[in-house]
Design a protein around this ligand. Structure first.
Ligand SMILES: Cc1ncc(COP(=O)(O)O)c(C=O)c1O
Length: 379
């Protein structure tokens, strides 16, 4: 049978897989990359092909800091940035350098399912902390700190994957303060921060990176293209220095110098800003259409909150639902989603599921919602 390939997953042709949290192929900016590549290779002596400097090219980091200043609304020093191959690789590097097998780490419940896999590769022990509508519950964190000291705490503060919840501004301050007081590192995965569709989100945790206790991860995967494998780590100089000294960078030089040269041109030409505007308009439209379709089609027993940004809608079904069983039924009707237990460090959340509006355009999203609602109603 022919299948549509969405990287990381093969999709049968009639299937609408609302679980896929990636941009649609049509949103990948081939022309932007072609123009930027032409622009950066035009300069005689352009330095894209030797080993790169360990922290990442200085011109790229200047362009990135200016781009981020616009999004984060704060001054940003390029010396606090280090180039990565994306947030996943940044996280893997943090696990390598700042934890050892058997260490406890704190994660939100639920959390990004593939980060769970990275932690498992490093033999770390996730301790799940509860969230509510304002994100991670700081009182629960403080209680847990009386019992365990983590190697680090991993959080997705803005447009969380899978819930889309934002950590409130007050809790961001409390988290930074608690990490100082109890002396542990907060790793903030902020890949969705630039994708706001309604109100601006609270200031990123990157805001607190002047302290050695907060490391922020960012990526071009959600705002340009995941195939670029380009991201950054923002941290205080002591942390950057530790990473710069690591064996990986010592042997291979800075990560992705060629691609960072291309993306530097894209930023300097204003193409990344323009692409981000296009993505925000497109995703906002899809999100609104999907939320209204879900509201009118789903039974009243299914709950969700409209996201304000990011890629995801998190549904909570009645307690006695098992969304893994529901998924087997859904596949027979050519619709898929991501069942809640994949995001749980306690094998819980059986009655929840994640949908995404990033991969399909509105007509397919509408059809997907129609099929999914029929499966839920027939349950
Ligand atoms: C929270 C979160 N972090 C990281 C990633 C992966 O980022 P990257 O492509 O930069 O490795 C994703 C992608 O789905 C994600 O949702």
């Amino acid at each position: 049978m022919t299948t549509l390939s969405s990287a990381q997953k093969e999709i049968p042709p009639d299937m609408i897989d609302l679980g896929i949290g990636q941009p649609s192929p049509g949103l990948l900016p081939v022309e932007v990359i072609a123009s930027a590549a032409a622009h950066c290779t035009e300069h005689p002596g352009c330095m894209l092909l030797p080993y790169g400097s360990e922290q990442g090219d200085g011109h790229f980091r200047v362009a990135l800091s200016e781009f981020l200043e616009g999004i984060y609304r704060m001054p940003l020093d390029p010396a606090h940035l280090l180039v990565t191959n994306g947030a996943s690789q940044g996280l893997d590097l943090i696990c390598t350098l700042f934890s050892k097998a058997g260490d406890s780490i704190f994660v939100e419940e639920p959390t990004y399912f593939l980060a769970r896999k990275i932690f498992a590769d490093h033999h770390l022990r996730p301790v799940a902390l509860p969230m509510d509508a304002d994100g991670l519950i700081i009182e629960a964190l403080k209680e847990q700190l009386k019992l365990t000291r983590p190697a680090f705490l991993y959080t997705i503060p803005t447009y969380h994957n899978p819930t889309s919840v934002c950590l409130s501004a007050a809790r961001r301050e409390q988290l930074a303060e608690v990490s100082q007081r109890y002396d542990f590192t907060v790793v903030a995965d902020e890949v969705y921060h630039p994708l706001s569709y309604t109100l601006a989100p609270p200031p990123p945790l990157a805001h607190f990176c002047t302290s050695a206790h907060v490391i922020s991860l960012g990526s071009f995967s959600k705002i340009l293209a995941p195939g670029l494998r380009l991201g950054w780590l923002q941290a205080a100089p002591a942390v950057i220095e530790r990473v710069v000294q690591c064996g990986l960078l010592d042997s291979g030089g800075g990560l992705n110098p060629f691609t960072s040269g291309v993306v530097r041109s894209a930023m300097e030409l204003g193409l990344v800003d323009a692409n981000l505007r296009l993505l925000k308009n497109t995703y906002a439209r899809r999100m609104q259409a999907m939320c209204s379709a879900l509201r009118s089609r789903l039974p009243g027993s299914v709950q969700f909150t409209d996201p304000e940004g990011g890629f995801f809608i998190w549904l909570t079904l009645p307690d006695d639902t098992d969304t893994r069983e529901l998924l087997s039924k859904a596949k027979k009707r050519n619709v898929e989603f991501m069942p809640g237990p994949r995001f749980s460090s306690r094998q819980e959340l059986k009655n929840c599921l994640r949908l995404s509006f990033a991969y399909y355009d509105t007509p397919e999203l509408m059809e997907g919602v129609e099929r999914l609602s029929a499966v839920i109603r027939a349950r």
